[in-house]
Design a protein around this ligand. Structure first.
Ligand code: PMV
Length: 368
């Protein structure tokens, strides 16, 4: 597949109005994407767990119009929201080649998250993937009679691929939020169908140890982060360790593939924690340098290490581009780890808040 293959060539605009609704989850990377080039092309491959409960629910109502300007309104949790508009405008500009009907309709975008807005959880992955999926459903409506000799299966594959392709143009990591339970993005030798253009469902063997894997997000800092991901990615240009880091990500992904098959949780912990700390090490060694972890992030990491030392637990942590800690652990440890969180970790969270989630199956179309 090339970008050209996603250009919509013919469609009809006989449909006056309609509405579509999708729920799309957040995802957490195990091997991290940090650094991009060109049109949202990752400098290195990444793999993520799709989450289950942390999602964005978006409904788009489309109404035919005569002029050919972009026209849309955004509502967040029922209230008109101007702050999200510039990001969506940029997104429309980036994807219009692939979705020419964007200029034929007015869109009312109604969106809400299942997690609190000010939780420090990035909503760009779930938010952008939800919009991309809604637009794909609209494309499907507008092309209903034009692709009739295609099988249902091949259309579904195209649907997910293009949804991921579009989501990537909104926010890189959003391309990993279409499917579950593990998604690879970025071309790499160990995953044969991997692509820089979209995320692919990881089809390798996955051991039962990873079934219903748990992710509890410890909300260390609910505020806006001081350095955005956009700025952070750019600082990988000319970064003294960039080349090594990018090749390390390929190696870690290949190692993780074998670990996912064998179910070796000790090896899993090592790769995942090392990836999280490497991501933040890249930030700390950028120029200008910056730190997104907070003192309580480190307190939690030390508590996890001490807990593993004294128990046989396989709990580990990973970090996004922020101070919050994702605690990853097997379902078999759910009860004990929840106790550990309540007694030893919750006090390091803002207002004692944390969100319990687990690995999920991907986005869902909501029929009403
Ligand atoms: O999708 P972006 O551009 O916000 O980048 C996010 C990158 C990390 O969350 C730090 C890592 C990842 O692979 O998700």
């Amino acid at each position: 597949m090339t970008a050209q293959d996603f250009i919509l060539k013919s469609y009809h605009t006989t449909i006056e109005t309609g509405s579509v609704k999708w729920a799309s989850p957040s995802n957490i990377a195990l091997v991290k994407y940090w650094g991009k080039k060109g049109n949202q092309i990752p400098e290195n491959p990444s793999i993520s767990f799709t989450l289950s409960d942390c999602k964005t629910i978006t409904e788009i109502t489309y109404t035919k119009k005569e002029d050919t300007n972009f026209s849309f309104d955004v509502y967040f949790e029922g209230e008109k929201n101007e702050a999200f508009k510039p990001k969506i405008q940029t997104f429309f500009e980036r994807i219009e080649t692939y979705m020419p009907f964007l200029r034929n309709y007015h869109f009312k975008i109604d969106t809400s998250n299942t997690f609190p807005h000010s939780s420090g959880i990035a909503s760009s992955a779930s938010g952008m993937s939800a919009i991309a999926l809604c637009l794909m459903s609209i494309e499907k409506e507008l092309t209903k009679d034009t692709n009739s000799n295609e099988s249902e299966e091949s259309h579904n594959a195209y649907f997910n691929q293009k949804a991921s392709f579009l989501a990537r143009l909104g926010s890189g990591s959003a391309c990993r939020s279409i499917e579950g339970e593990l998604v690879v993005w970025g071309e790499t030798e160990s995953v044969s169908d991997s692509s820089d253009l979209y995320g692919v469902k990881f089809e390798g063997e996955v051991h039962d140890n990873f079934k219903n894997y748990q992710d509890t997000i410890l909300l260390v800092d609910k505020g806006e982060k001081q350095v955005s991901s956009t700025v952070g990615h750019k600082l990988m240009f000319g970064h003294p360790f960039a080349k090594e880091r990018f090749s390390q990500a390929h190696e870690n992904l290949a190692k993780l593939k074998a670990i996912l098959a064998s179910g070796n949780l000790d090896a899993f912990v090592k790769i995942v924690e090392s990836e999280a700390l490497t991501l933040h090490a890249m930030m700390m060694t950028s120029m200008p340098y910056f730190i997104l972890m907070k003192p309580n992030t480190l307190e939690i990491i030390n508590k996890i290490w001490a807990y593993r030392e004294k128990t046989n637990s396989k709990v580990c942590f990973t970090l996004d581009a922020g101070a919050n800690v994702h605690l990853l652990y097997p379902e078999s440890e759910k009860v004990v780890i929840l106790k550990f969180i309540q007694t030893e970790l919750a006090s390091f969270c803002e207002n004692g808040h944390y969100i319990c989630d687990q690995i999920g199956k991907g986005a869902e179309l909501i029929m009403e």
